[in-house]
Design a protein around this ligand. Structure first.
Ligand code: DGP
Length: 116
C-alpha cells in the first residue's frame, strides 16, 4: 500500500493515531468518525493514498470498488443494516477536509431530509 507521510488517514492506517475500528482487511479500514454527523458514522478508507476521485487509476478504482462492495457488511457490523446513507465529499466545494479518499456511512437514526 502506498501511504503519505503527513496524511491523517495514512497515520491511522499505519496505527500511529488510534481509531475505533469497525472492519479491516488488506484493502480498507473502516472506523468511527471522530466528529459523528449521525448516531452512527463510520468512514471506510482504502489502504492507498489518493486525494480525489479524479486521481483514481486502475488500482485505486479496484480498491474503491472493493470498499463499495464491503459497505453492507460494514453497516451490519455497525448495527445499521436497516438503512444508511453513503456519502463521498469530493473537493473543497463539497466540504472535503481530509484529502485521502473516504466513504462516509451514516445511520442509526432517521437521516432526515434528502438532497435528492
Ligand atoms: P470529509 O469532510 O468528507 O473530508 O470528512 C473527513 C472526516 O474525517 C470528518 O468527518 C472528521 C473525520 N476525521 C478527521 N480526523 C479524524 C481522526 O483523526 N480520527 C477519526 N476517527 N476521524 C477523523
Amino acid at each position: 500500500m502506498s501511504l503519505d507521510e503527513n496524511c491523517i488517514f495514512c497515520k491511522i492506517l499505519r496505527g500511529e493515531i488510534p481509531s475505533d475500528k469497525v472492519y479491516e482487511d488488506g484493502d480498507m479500514l473502516a472506523f468511527r468518525d471522530i466528529h459523528p454527523q449521525a448516531k452512527v458514522h463510520v468512514l471506510c478508507v482504502p489502504k492507498s493514498h489518493f486525494s480525489y476521485l479524479s486521481e483514481m487509476g486502475e488500482k485505486e478504482r479496484g480498491l474503491v470498488g472493493k470498499c463499495m462492495a464491503k459497505l453492507p457488511e460494514i453497516a451490519r457490523l455497525a448495527g445499521i443494516e436497516k438503512g444508511y446513507r453513503v456519502i463521498i465529499n469530493q473537493g473543497e466545494d463539497a466540504g472535503q477536509t481530509v484529502f485521502h479518499l473516504h466513504i462516509h456511512i451514516l445511520g442509526g437514526q432517521n437521516m432526515g431530509e434528502k438532497l435528492l
